[in-house]
Unconditional design. Structure first.
Lengths: 279, 350
């Protein structure tokens, strides 16, 4: 940090605000994780206390591992999320490049049409989507989920990425054209690396709702073989009894993969910001 | 798509002595309803150095991009070496372009930045290496071959960008304000370097700038553009001594030419023009009596801004140092042989 530009009271105030916010944001997560390591009685008696020697209990985790098919659920969630993110980024970035780079008659209309997708929730179309999936025999496949999530993620991706792509220097792209690079090379080799921070942002924003979604897995792929983690955890939420140990353990475990994905993307974010730009 | 596609291959393998003539015929370009280029005609001979000058937004870069094939013209034809290139993609036109923002590939080393164009054209590695070597020694970039653009200074980056153009051995070099991001000292150095390159490579060069000093010092011929039309084409001294109209008269020369309403001086011409360096100053007597509003002392020159009774505001440029200050009362006298007369339409009257 530059000494001349920092003042201690101001820095302290900023840090205080950030710390308070962090506590508020992390508190529920912490409660979930802490309680997942406690016995059922201890969860209800003292939900805020840390697990002690008497209250420590891994019963939740053993239930999760024993019951249901959690490793498979994890795998399903991971496949759906990663493949969807990949497709959203690929197609979103390509569409964004076309909108940002080429002048054609339907350019503005196409942009607006895609932006509409941000405003209209895809769940409104659930019935039609289900019919479509039934007709095409995709019910109870991960493909169904991937297709829906890709469609759901693309509008925001196009919106954000096209803004960023407009900022990539025209001269750079033109230099590539004069050197004989194809439009694809220009897109993949020159433009994409420069919008990597934006891609990471889009990836994070796309990933969280997909990982957490309960709606479409429940409707499109509820079979045992295609269950996702969020859907699998519902197993323990009964109408009359709820196995809180197992629910909390399942949720705690579900945090881990997204955390890893997030760390990967955020490193991209930082690397993208610090890598040398055009000038 | 904004760029033409085609597969004719012209002159990429031409030797070092490849020269390119350029002919523009009635080039027009509109963005939607806005006409940016309104019918440009121009002939550039083999090995000539031509600069385009004009105020910001007059269409210089657009014209250059049309020549390069990065932008389709809305009308007219571009011929390089006598060949119509309307449907030839930029990489096959035998041109190279240097951009204002350097536009180096950030992920490639200096060596690869320079070699990429040839690699794309399928040249053998040996030839690429040799050409990169020649270009780097020409521009004394040898020490930086393995660095990335982010690790170079602005001047070095611009030299790499110029090197990337040289390596292609183009028939036609296009420069789009290559020096405007450099500081004053570096600008002079690089200007000299470009002049030297033009002599050594004997290539045809087109150079866009809005800096008239660059234009005057580098060019064989200058093209003055304004609002998408060519105002005048000529040798630097022709433009200075015989401007065709008010715009060129005002644009070439610094400080700007004085324009005085003809009626104030009892002349029949609509506007009278006199360059500041052709106004002499006397303490006792002269044609126009006036008060000094401001004096700029530059060492080699002294520039006086006068408010005269008869001719209004007049700028005078005196050689050397003079001890004039604001509020001094002086007499300004125009050199009668150097007075320009312009008609109602802005054209010069002979
Ligand atoms: N892609 C575009 N879409 C619409 N208008 C454009 C586009 N590119 C350029 N223009 C317009 O064309 C005109 C000429 O632009 P150009 O870049 O050729 O100017 P210039 O002479 O190079 O100016 P400068 O000296 O500032 O670089 C400007 O008025 C600009 O607004
Ligand atoms: Mg320009």
């Amino acid at each position: 940090m530059n000494k001349a530009r920092t003042s201690i009271p101001r820095a302290a105030a900023a840090h205080a605000v950030l710390i308070v916010y962090t506590i508020i944001a992390l508190f529920p997560v912490l409660i979930v994780v802490v309680n997942s390591f406690k016995s059922r009685g201890a969860i209800f008696r003292a939900p805020l206390s840390l697990p002690g020697p008497k209250t420590f209990d891994l019963i939740g985790y053993t239930t999760v591992m024993a019951q249901g098919n959690f490793p498979l659920y994890f795998w399903n969630s991971l496949v759906v999320t990663v493949v969807s993110i990949f497709l959203v980024l690929l197609f979103g970035a390509m569409a964004a490049f076309a909108l940002a780079e080429y002048r054609f008659r339907a350019n503005t209309m196409t942009g607006l049409y895609l932006a509409l997708g941000i405003m209209i929730p895809i769940r409104l179309g659930t019935v039609a989507i289900l019919r479509l999936m039934v007709a095409s025999g995709l019910v109870d496949t991960l493909t169904a989920l991937i297709l829906v999530y890709t469609a759901q993620g693309i509008p925001l991706a196009v919106f954000i990425l096209s803004e960023f792509m407009k900022q990539v220097s025209d001269d750079l792209k033109n230099a590539g054209r004069i050197d004989g690079l194809s439009e694809y090379r220009i897109f993949f080799r020159l433009v994409l690396p420069l919008v990597r921070p934006a891609m990471a942002t889009v990836a994070v924003f796309t990933m969280i709702p997909i990982w957490n979604d309960l709606w479409f897995p429940l409707i499109l792929a509820p079979s045992e073989a295609t269950k996702t983690v969020t859907l699998g955890a519902q197993l323990f939420l009964g109408q009359f009894v709820t196995d809180w140990n197992a629910v909390l353990a399942a949720l705690s475990l579900a945090i881990l993969p997204v955390l890893v994905l997030y760390l990967i993307f955020s490193r991209q974010l930082i690397r993208g910001i610090t890598s040398g730009a055009v000038k | 798509m904004r760029r033409p596609r085609g597969c004719r291959r012209i002159g990429l393998h031409a030797g070092n002595d490849a020269l390119g003539s350029l002919t523009l015929e009635n080039i027009r370009k509109s963005f939607g309803k806005v006409d940016v280029l309104k019918g440009i005609d121009l002939d550039v001979k083999d090995g000539e150095f031509v600069t385009f000058v004009g105020p910001s937004g007059c269409g210089k870069s657009t014209l250059l991009r049309v020549i390069a094939g990065l932008e389709d013209a809305s009308g007219g034809s571009v011929r390089i070496d006598g060949e119509e290139v309307g449907s030839v993609p930029p990489a096959k036109r035998g041109i190279a372009m240097v951009f204002q923002s350097y536009a180096l590939y950030p992920h490639l080393t200096v060596r690869d930045n320079m070699g990429l164009g040839l690699k794309q054209a399928g040249e053998p590695k040996k030839i690429i290496e040799e050409r990169v070597r020649v270009a780097t020694s020409m521009l004394s970039l040898g020490d930086y071959l393995d660095r990335r653009p982010a690790e170079l200074s602005g001047g070095q980056r611009q030299r790499v960008a110029i090197g990337r153009a040289i390596v292609r051995k183009p028939k036609l070099f296009l420069f789009d304000e290559p020096l405007s991001n450099l500081d004053a000292a570096l600008r002079v150095n690089t200007r000299l370097e470009i002049a030297r390159l033009h002599r050594e490579l004997t290539a045809t060069m087109i150079y866009v700038t809005h800096d008239q000093v660059e234009a005057m010092t580098l060019a064989d011929r200058i093209v003055v553009l304004n609002k998408g039309v060519v105002e005048q084409v000529g040798l630097p001294m022709e433009l200075y001594n015989r401007p065709a109209n008010l715009f060129v008269a005002g644009f070439i020369g610094s400080p700007q030419m004085n324009f005085i309403e003809g009626s104030r001086l009892g002349e029949s011409a609509a506007t009278i023009g006199i360059r500041p360096e052709h106004v002499s100053i006397g303490k006792e007597s002269g044609t126009w009596k006036g008060k000094v509003l401001h004096a700029e002392h530059l060492g080699a020159d002294t520039i006086l801004y006068l408010d005269t009774e008869k001719a209004g505001f007049v700028t005078a440029r005196l050689f050397g140092e003079h001890r004039f200050a604001a509020d001094d009362v002086l007499y300004a006298t125009p050199d009668p042989a150097r007075i320009y007369r312009f008609g109602q339409d802005g054209r010069v009257l002979s």
